[in-house]
Every structure is written in structure tokens, then in C-alpha cells.
Design a protein around this ligand. Structure first.
Ligand SMILES: Nc1ncnc2c1ncn2[C@@H]1O[C@H](COP(=O)(O)OP(=O)(O)OP(=O)(O)O)[C@@H](O)[C@H]1O
Ligand SMILES: [Mg+2]
Length: 237
């Protein structure tokens, strides 16, 4: 059996707004394997982002537990979670979240600065990524000088610089035109295929979801469909 890098056991997340409660994630148990490229689709409000944020330790579960690479995060303090996240997880967002006053190099370097990695080591890690992905021409440019597709590629490099256990992407093509979006999805697919990067992708877009090797559907906080590509019959693909 393949290595389970993310184990979610009976996860629930309840948000309380005023007097009402929303069960955004409702008793979900799901695992993700090393090297897997999984996508989560589902209608707006079905709990996709909340589940991704639970895995990403950005939200703390109301019930249940998460184990990442053998580490049970249940009793971690907020600081321990921040430290764990910085060392072990990579994030890609719809609106890129690059820092405007920093160059491409400096944006990619940022997670390593937060992790107190010395400069020489940081420079080496960023240089390798910039070379591997042919982004040298963007090295000294600021985000405002980049196209949206270039911004998203830089933000993906930033997410990879700490060599994360898993790359978590929430609607990474949501702010891109379809051609640029496809190029970003090609990059994810290549990362997964060539480097074995484990990816969890949340998307509204069924055609984007189909680029993954496994697709989960969410509805009202539950996983209602979970299938690997190789198990699907042609009309499901
Ligand atoms: N911080 C929050 N406070 C209160 N309610 C929240 C919060 N975050 C999410 N919710 C609620 O939890 C439910 C699930 O939201 P979530 O953002 O996970 O859905 P989603 O599937 O990502 O939707 P979308 O496709 O629109 O991004 C929704 O009803 C939402 O309103
Ligand atoms: Mg969402």
C-alpha cells in the first residue's frame, strides 16, 4: 500500500455566526497518498475550501483529527501549527497573494526567511527553482510587472521552495483566462508526473478537476464521490 501522507479522521468544522451554526465539513474521513494528484469539486458552499484549510492547518477542526506524515496535529498550539505549516506545506491561491514590493526572487524566498533558513541556502533553493522552471527572465521583476499567468507561476514556485509534503491549491485558475489556466494546470500535472509532487486542488471547474488522478465531489460538507482515474468508466472521465 502507498504511503498515506494526509489522514483525516471524522473531521467536522462548525462555524458559528450569531445564533446560527454552519456545518461546513461534516464528519469527513479521507486519506491522501504520497504522489497523488487529487481534485475536489462541488457547488459553492459545499465545504471545499474549509476541508482544504483544515488539511492546511489554517483552520482547526471542531471534531476529528488530522495526521500529516505521521504527525498528529490535534494537540498543537497555534505557534506549533504555524511552524509546521511553514516547514511542510505549500499553498497556491486564486489571487496569487504575492507581496507587491518584493521581486520574483524575494517572493519565492519568503517561506524560507520565515523558517530562518540562512541566505546562501535560500539563494540556492530559489536559483534551482528559477532555473528548472525557466523563470530567470522574471527574477528581478515585481508582481505588478507580471502577467497573471506569470504571477501564478511565481506563486507556485513560492509554494514549492520548502519542498512541501503536499501542495494545496484553492481555485488556482479562478482568476486566469482559460488558456493561461490550462498552462497552470499543465504545470501542476508535470510537477506531479515528473517530480512526484503530491497535490490537492480545489476547483469549480470540472475540466480542471479532470487533470487530477483522483476526483472527490463535495456536497453539504460531505464527500459524495471519490474515485481514482484508473477506476472510472469512460463516461465518468
Ligand atoms: N469563516 C467562516 N465563518 C462562517 N461561515 C463560514 C466561514 N467559512 C466558510 N463558512 C461557511 O461554510 C460553508 C462552506 O464554505 P466553503 O468556503 O468551505 O465552501 P466552498 O465549497 O469552498 O465554496 P466556494 O466554491 O464558493 O469557494 C459555507 O456555508 C460558508 O458560508
Ligand atoms: Mg472555496
Amino acid at each position: 500500500m502507498k504511503e498515506q501522507i494526509v489522514i483525516c479522521e471524522n473531521l467536522s468544522k462548525i462555524f458559528t455566526v450569531g445564533n446560527s451554526e454552519v456545518k461546513a465539513v461534516d464528519n469527513v474521513s479521507v486519506n491522501f497518498e504520497k504522489g497523488e494528484f487529487s481534485s475536489i469539486v462541488g457547488p459553492s458552499g459545499s465545504g471545499k475550501t474549509t476541508l482544504l484549510n483544515l488539511v492546511g492547518t489554517l483552520e482547526v477542526p471542531t471534531e476529528g483529527r488530522i495526521i500529516i506524515n505521521g504527525t498528529d496535529l490535534s494537540n498543537f498550539t497555534r505557534d506549533e501549527l504555524t511552524n509546521f505549516r511553514g516547514k511542510n506545506l505549500g499553498f497556491v491561491f486564486q489571487f496569487f497573494n504575492l507581496i507587491e514590493g518584493l521581486t520574483t526572487f524575494e517572493n519565492i524566498e519568503l517561506p524560507l526567511i520565515f523558517d530562518s533558513v540562512p541566505y546562501e541556502q535560500r539563494k540556492k533553493a530559489v536559483d534551482v527553482l528559477i532555473q528548472d522552471f525557466n523563470l530567470d527572465y522574471l527574477r528581478n521583476k515585481f508582481p505588478e510587472e507580471l502577467s497573471s499567468g506569470e504571477r501564478q507561476r511565481v506563486s507556485i514556485m513560492r509554494a514549492l521552495v520548502n519542498d512541501p509534503i503536499i501542495l494545496l491549491a484553492d481555485e488556482p485558475t479562478g482568476n486566469l483566462d482559460s488558456k493561461t489556466g490550462r498552462a497552470v494546470l499543465d504545470l501542476f500535472a508535470n510537477l506531479n508526473k515528473e517530480r512526484g509532487t503530491s497535490i490537492l486542488l480545489v476547483t469549480h471547474d470540472l475540466s480542471a478537476a479532470k487533470r487530477a488522478n483522483r476526483t472527490l465531489h463535495m456536497h453539504d460538507g460531505n464527500i459524495t464521490f471519490d474515485m481514482k482515474r484508473e477506476e472510472m468508466i469512460p463516461e465518468e472521465i
